[in-house]
Design a protein around this ligand. Structure first.
Ligand SMILES: Cc1cc2nc3c(=O)[nH]c(=O)nc-3n(C[C@H](O)[C@H](O)[C@H](O)COP(=O)(O)OP(=O)(O)OC[C@H]3O[C@@H](n4cnc5c(N)ncnc54)[C@H](O)[C@@H]3O)c2cc1C
Length: 76
């Protein structure tokens, strides 16, 4: 295995999102994480508006919204 062009340190959402982008652009990379596996604890129940904007740029927003449950803020 040769040296990759990019080394991503951290396989959280930031590292994984970058990895997805590099796949799209055909960039050779390796992703590593200090942890050996996935965490059993959830750190996400909702998608923020800015995240959705980025999904829109990469053509994922419509598919994601279609498969999502929408949360509404209750009016006071
Ligand atoms: C309880 C909780 C609930 C949350 N709910 C939501 C939600 O509903 N919606 C939402 O949008 N956000 C939510 N968040 C925030 C969201 O989890 C964070 O914004 C997101 O995890 C940040 O991603 P990250 O990749 O930057 O960092 P992290 O998720 O912290 O990932 C960093 C990774 O890098 C690895 N790492 C760190 N240092 C090194 C090193 N030196 N060498 C190798 N690996 C390393 C770590 O092991 C880790 O896996 C929540 C957070 C918490 C704590």
């Amino acid at each position: 295995m040769g040296a990759p062009d990019v080394l991503i340190v951290g396989a959280g959402p930031t590292g994984l999102a970058l990895a997805c982008q590099l796949v799209r652009y055909g960039v050779d990379f390796r992703i590593i994480d200090a942890k050996e596996g996935t965490t059993p604890f959830s750190k996400a129940i909702g998608v923020q508006a800015r995240t959705l904007e980025i999904y829109e740029q990469i053509g994922l927003a419509d598919k994601l919204i279609e498969k999502s449950a929408r949360a509404f803020r209750r009016k006071k």
